[in-house]
Design a protein around this ligand. Sequence first.
Ligand code: AKB
Length: 317
Amino acid sequence: MINKGSERILIIGANGQLGSVLTEALKDKYDEEHVIASDLYLNEEYDGIFEIIDATNKSRIQTIVSKYNITQIYHLAAILSAKGEEQPLNTWEINMKTWLNVLEVSRISGISKVFYPSSIAVFGDNAQKDNTPQHSFLDPSTVYGISKVAGENWAHYYYLKYGLDVRSLRFPGIIGYQSMPGGGTTDYAVDIYHKAVKQEKFSCFLKSDTTLPMMFIDDAIRATLELMEAPADKIKVRTSYNISGVSFSPSEVVNSIQKIYPDFEVVYSPDFRQKIARNWPGSINDSEAKKDWGWKQKFNLDDITSVMINKLKEKYK
Ligand code: AKB
């Protein structure tokens, strides 16, 4: 049971693809005035309490945590896989510094629960490519992946050493209509729906047969909330849980879209992101998440296509 009244939630990175939707879901679940959205820049359209936080600044996080008596932090700010390769050292600096700041403020302030999104980017060449197990060899090829492996291990460390209740999911590519992702290797799978609805030709930066794990935003939000609401003794993995949604390649999503828009056209011009994608798994084994806290995915590819197209048609009409 959640005690709605006593929880005070801080979301860091609330303007992002996951953050913007998760913040609304948390506002539905908790008292609205107890949900504090934050990001580097003010979101003028946001309806609720919003604070500007640069999470590389630990004292700024501390100030906001103290100001609102925060009890839970969702730390969603990070530079993603493709963008991260432009400036590897800067990406490492930002991804690690922000996370260590959140962990330290949480420890010092007695935060009761922390959420940390990890990623399928933790897997590299030496992990099994299909049905990738929870406990795999982790040799990521991107700086984003390296920072997520380190971040998972820091989560585990803070749990073991300080008893901080940090919970984490290894997200696949997330597909949602509410906002655009920025700087990821799986971003094509959102962009393609926008082009289809606008009846434009789509140029895909991955090869047609590049299968990657993906997940509809509703499943990703539900997974986050279910993980965070599970009793602490059910959480057996304190690095980060594998979770699986659906796996598909660009040509499969094109086929799914063409059931609705038969004339939809795509050209393939793979770039550096193809190499990143080739190092990632095609599908994920999430049996531990299923066993420990009852995870179950709902949306398959055609479900995703149907919701994406209907919602984006409203947006562009
Ligand atoms: C990315 O493509 O970098 C992200 C991810 C899979 O973590 N969407």
